[in-house]
Design a protein around this ligand. Structure first.
Ligand code: SF4
Length: 322
């Protein structure tokens, strides 16, 4: 376990941790328990932080004169200013963070799909968007691994989130004492992963580490980080992942039997159809890497982007878009 970086993840406190919801409940969420040994959680409940107790009357987002307000109907209290002040102060004070897991559909924590009511009439819901705290997270930490608990119940979204989270944590740790050699090593170890994510950005990142105009290290690292985040912005298309899987399997084409190749192809089909996670295929490839002593491939994070114990095909079955 010690070889893994420990990502820092801000977590909505009502997810598995504490009964801080408006109704005094906690949301059961196994993924938090599974992640706990591997990450450092930073729990936060914005509604508690602004002084709304537990239990409390629910709040909602209403649009008044074209402005979104955070309003508690039962008390007719407007907590917009308090929430904005808290969100800005809290988020500005985070020193190291790689990702966020936030409660979905909450007017505070939600990052999308939060109801926005037109005026104070509860039947006049017309739009959906981010909550007040979740929206600020998106504004200030764009590029980090940010998801809500609802979307993370889809295994493809979870795969992308974990891959990005651990990659960003590896880079954050490297950045603290980076040498040019470390950066080149990082780029080399992530070649296939980045190829699966974004071929064009892989080339951009390659040019940055080549540093042909001899820019100072600090500038090179900053530019690399910016472009790394761009490369990881969206989940890879399954066709790109399949291309990389096929490309890597080509390293063993002379050594594998016909039935081994057919078996691999049949599992590629299962992945293409969304029936298995990519880790099922990378495990096969990793076994071949060891068996045929392909040293260069052994260090590729594509085979091992995050701790294997976190791989799971459990899924909400809702087929959300990645
Ligand atoms: S969704 Fe956010 S604000 Fe609401 S209870 Fe959970 S942590 Fe607190």
């Amino acid at each position: 376990m010690s070889e893994w970086p420990k990502p820092v993840v801000v977590l909505s406190r009502c997810l598995e941790l504490e009964p801080v919801r408006y109704n005094g409940q906690v949301i059961p969420y196994d993924f938090v328990r599974e992640l706990e040994p591997w990450v450092t959680f930073v729990p936060v409940c914005p509604e508690l932080e602004i002084g709304l107790g537990v239990p409390r009357a629910p709040i909602r987002i209403v649009e008044v004169d074209g402005q979104a307000r955070l309003w508690q109907p039962e008390t007719d209290r407007d907590v917009t200013a308090e929430m904005r002040e808290f969100a800005d102060g809290y988020l500005a004070g985070l020193s190291e963070v790689d990702g966020f897991i936030l409660k979905n559909r909450s007017p505070s924590c939600g990052i999308s799909d939060v109801k926005l009511y037109q005026g104070r009439d509860p039947s006049a819901m017309t739009k959906r968007g981010p909550g007040f705290f979740g929206g600020r997270v998106l504004d200030l930490y764009q590029g980090l691994a940010i998801e809500d608990e609802g979307r993370l119940r889809n295994f493809r979204i979870r795969e992308h989130f974990l891959t990005k989270l651990f990659c960003l944590a590896r880079f954050r740790i490297l950045k603290a004492s980076a040498t040019m050699r470390d950066l080149i090593g990082f780029h080399s170890d992530h070649k296939f992963l980045l190829m699966a994510y974004h071929q064009q950005q892989l080339r951009v990142l390659g040019r940055i580490v080549a540093n042909s105009d001899r820019a100072p290290l600090q500038r090179v690292v900053e530019e690399y980080e910016r472009n790394l985040r761009a490369a990881l912005a969206s989940a890879p298309r399954s066709t790109s992942v399949i291309n990389v899987l096929q490309h890597v399997s080509g390293y063993f084409s002379k050594q594998l039997s016909r039935s081994e190749k057919a078996f691999f192809q049949s599992w590629l089909e299962k992945y293409r159809n969304g029936r298995i996670p990519v880790s099922a295929l990378t495990s096969i490839l990793r076994a071949w890497v060891v068996r045929f002593a392909q040293e260069y491939l052994l260090t590729q994070t594509f085979f091992d982007p995050y701790p294997e114990v976190l791989s799971s095909v459990s899924d909400s079955g809702k087929g959300r878009e990645v």
